[in-house]
Design a protein around this ligand. Structure first.
Ligand code: SF4
Ligand code: SF4
Length: 144
């Protein structure tokens, strides 16, 4: 028997550009990069993928992540904009509609606590939320 998800009427989110998700919060701060993220960002910066990874990334448990400096990602600008916005990592572009965030207790708990955009702005329909979440999963599942 299938039942509707708790967010069947959609979820509200609108980024307030507080910059919180681009700041270093310690151990839990990881921006994972898929191979296509690496290629796109390196190209944007006019670097080889190897040079980009060496300078801007940190390998965590075999995964390529964006190196998080103190107090924030190197690409966070003074006005809280992203310096690589057109090619920002998929993880950044699809927040907060990630599969792992869609349990009610997660959405209303830690996700809302760290992101003031939750509950604001227009409703994103449930089908679109799920499309974005699935697209994000697929992005990271694809191997180079
Ligand atoms: S924490 Fe939320 S509201 Fe703040 S910049 Fe990130 S996505 Fe936008
Ligand atoms: S790449 Fe851009 S959007 Fe992602 S954490 Fe860095 S500044 Fe924020």
């Amino acid at each position: 028997m299938s039942s509707k998800p708790w967010y069947a009427n959609g979820l509200r989110f609108e980024c307030t550009q507080c910059g919180n998700c681009c700041r270093n919060h310690g151990d839990y701060t990881f921006v994972y990069l898929a191979p296509h993220d690496v290629v796109a960002i390196a190209d944007h910066l006019k670097l080889t993928p190897q040079a980009f990874v060496a300078d801007y990334c940190k390998i965590v448990d075999g995964y390529v992540t964006l190196r998080m400096d103190e107090p924030a990602c190197r690409f966070l600008e003074a006005d809280n904009r992203c310096a690589i916005y057109p090619v920002r990592p998929k993880q950044c572009a699809t927040w907060p509609f990630w599969e792992e965030n869609l349990a009610r207790e997660t959405w209303e708990g830690p996700v809302k606590a760290c992101c003031p955009g939750i509950g604001k702005g227009p409703l994103t329909p449930a089908a679109e939320v799920e499309r974005i979440a699935a697209e994000t999963e697929a992005w990271y599942d694809e191997d180079e």
